[in-house]
Design a protein around this ligand. Structure first.
Ligand code: ADP
Ligand code: MG
Length: 634
């Protein structure tokens, strides 16, 4: 080994230490995946080199045939993985093999419980990567040199996977990275050609580069050549270029783990070759769960872009709308130029038409999943439903299609699970019903017994219950589905259309007329607090309720805007009363104007509370109520 200079010992970032600890303890039952991770990195390194060499062919240093070599030494108990990809500079080694650069990592680490089963699930969500080498090794040595740097700028990184690592400058003649794993005692099984070959076939067959292993030598030891003969053990062709019928499900799944840096299988995929005016191949995946950083603004999103099978960039986010940012995969174009850049992508009209075609593919894939695999779709919805809800606002052209994919909680279920699709809702609408009714609120528990639902319960009409923060905003973009309008049951002058008989309507009008005097008195007592006082068609059991004006902001939007420090126009609610209720009858008969006013305020405040709103003057409410209680018990 050559001389080492500029040797230094550096500590791992705290998060790396946590990750290492966790990985070793919770992924043990899956230990062979370390090889998949290292091969995946070597393949990425080859992709990067090929890309950089487009502009600087000298980076290839004469050796254009990119490959991965895997060897082992039974006596020394080592496994060695060598690639001739892009390699790393000293700074890159320190950054990539000493820290975790993903934003939100520290927060993520706080979620760890110490329960190995739960944590192994979490860690999969986080992505395991290079550090998985320490599942089977108690020392890892990395020898690397960045393509284009002189041989004297090689780097040796070494660590026992505890608190720190060493880096030193070395001479390295060949560009690329060699990783030597010193196997832990008990893990010698991996220093074996047959075992390694099997693991490669199982997890890395799809890797487009040749992965070579030394050929078994069967002759006499004295005849053994110094340099082994190498043979390729994987298929070594880009998976997406193969015909769909030739690719097994397991291969699609393993390829997904490589491109998505995920640990678990995807829920679904769609592989298509497009020919004609535009020529490209796409392979799109729906992940099984949300990555830990789904809601981080800087979280990676987008597809891996290839042009004529040459890797161009990761995270090309011009090919799908933002509301589909959870989709992973590859797009390989024959039309784009090899020196395409992000700026060009943003302007190229070809990209627009690819984007709309790919969007449609994803929506079709989700439709299929919903139809054929309802349980898996539920899992999808839990992970990404909130993101998909951004769709109707972002993608006008596909609004109806997206709406069909949405799932809601409703008055038909009592657990608040979001499982009801709009088609299903329409399928069980009552005779005479031509609207889709919904109610928004903060939590399912808070609105499932809302007085707004009374008349619907009485008539057996289903109402969608919307409690995600995004829902009210979503509903401002969704006006109809399948020709049926959406109606917010807390808003405006609820008109049940044909669901109310002519007699019902007549009776309502008569009551309203008969109660005109009471309505006037209430308006006088409540004054500026209300926009209007009227007889309700909504109530059967409660005395009164607040409705939102047709054009006013709902409670949820108001709270979101207020929380973000924006000034919200003061909207007055409509106060609706139920004349059949004994309290209202009593109020109607109350001759004492002071008591009438107190009672009116109490009813008004109670209606606000039932709607999930907070009181403007809670102390006054309590005082009035207590006064009443004292009078009662006197
Ligand atoms: P990920 O692959 O998800 O980025 P890893 O933990 O697997 O995370 O790898 C961390 C980083 O280390 C890679 O992003 C890459 O920059 C660098 N790296 C790892 N292995 C190699 C390699 N064989 N050649 C060049 N760079 C590598
Ligand atoms: Mg990796």
């Amino acid at each position: 080994m050559s001389v080492e200079t500029q040797k230094e010992t550096l500590g791992f970032q705290t998060e790396v230490k946590q990750l290492l600890h966790l990985m070793i303890h919770s992924l043990y039952s899956n230990k062979e995946i370390f090889l998949r991770e290292l091969i995946s990195n070597a393949s990425d390194a080859a992709d990067k080199l090929r890309f950089e060499a487009l502009a600087k062919p000298e980076l290839l240093e004469g050796g254009a045939e990119l490959k991965i070599r895997l060897s082992f030494d039974k006596d020394a108990k080592t496994v060695t993985l060598e690639d001739n990809g892009i390699g790393m500079s000293r700074e890159e080694v320190i950054a990539h093999l000493g820290t975790i650069a993903k934003s939100g990592t520290a927060d993520f680490m706080k979620n760890l419980t110490g329960d190995q089963k739960k944590d192994s699930h979490l860690i999969g969500q986080f992505g395991v990567g290079f550090y998985s080498a320490f599942i089977v090794a108690d020392q890892v040595d990395v020898f690397t040199r960045r393509a284009g740097s002189p041989a004297s700028e090689g780097v040796h990184w070494s660590s026992k996977g505890e608190g720190d690592f060493e880096v030193a400058t070395i001479d390295k003649a060949e560009r690329g990275t060699r990783i030597v794993l010193h196997l832990k005692s008990g893990e010698e099984e991996f220093a074996d050609g047959w075992r390694l070959r099997n693991v490669v076939k199982k997890y890395s067959d799809h890797i487009a580069l040749p992965i070579e292993l030394p050929k078994e030598f069967h002759g006499e030891e004295k005849d053994k050549p110094a340099e082994p003969e190498w043979e390729t053990v994987n298929r070594a062709s880009a998976l997406w270029t193969r015909a769909r019928t030739e690719v097994k499900d397991e291969e699609y799944q393993e390829f997904y783990k490589h491109v998505a840096h995920d640990f678990e299988n995807p829920l679904s995929w769609s592989h298509n070759k497009v020919e004609g005016k535009l020529e490209y191949t796409s392979l799109l995946y729906v992940p099984g769960r949300a990555p830990f950083d789904l809601y981080q603004r800087e979280a990676p999103k987008g597809l891996k872009l290839y042009v004529q099978r040459v890797f161009i960039m990761d995270q090309a986010d011009e090919f799908l709308p933002l509301y589909l940012r959870f989709i992973k995969g590859v797009v390989d174009s024959n039309d784009l130029s090899l020196n395409v850049s992000r700026e060009i992508l943003q302007k190229d009209p070809v990209i627009d038409s690819m984007k709309s075609a790919l969007t449609k593919r994803v929506l079709d894939m989700l439709e299929k999943l919903a139809k054929n695999e309802p349980e898996q779709y539920k899992q999808f919805w839990k992970a990404f439903g909130q993101v998909l809800k951004e769709g109707p606002a972002e993608d006008f052209a596909n609004k109806e299609k997206i709406a069909g994919l949405l799932r809601f909680a409703s008055t038909q279920g009592d657990d608040g699970e979001q499982t009801v699709g709009l088609a299903e809702y329409i399928g069980r609408m009552k005779e005479g019903q031509d609207k889709i009714y919904f109610l928004t609120g903060e939590t399912f528990a808070q609105i499932k017994n809302s007085p707004h639902l009374e008349v619907f319960r009485k008539k057996g009409i289903e109402v969608l219950l919307l409690t995600d923060r995004i829902d009210e905003w979503l509903m401002s973009y969704l006006t109809e589905f399948d020709g049926k309008h959406f109606v917010d049951v807390a808003r405006g002058d609820l008109d049940l259309g044909k669901l109310d008989s002519e007699e019902d309507k007549k009776a309502q009008e008569e009551v309203a007329k008969a109660k005109e005097g009471l309505l006037e008195r209430l308006k006088g007592a409540l004054g500026e607090q209300v926009a209007e006082v009227r007889v309700s068609h909504r109530l059967t059991d409660s005395p009164a309720i607040l409705a939102i004006g047709e054009q006013d902001l709902g409670l949820q939007m108001r709270q979101i805007l207020e929380a973000s420090g924006q000034k919200v126009p003061d909207a007055k609610p409509i106060f609706e009363i139920n004349p059949q209720h004994p309290l209202i009858e009593k109020l109607d008969g109350e001759a004492d104007e002071d008591r009438f006013a107190d009672l009116s305020h109490i009813l008004f405040d109670q209606a606000a509370l039932a709607a999930g709103d907070s009181l403007k003057d809670p102390a006054a409410y309590v005082q009035r109520l207590n006064k009443l209680l004292v009078e009662l018990s006197a």
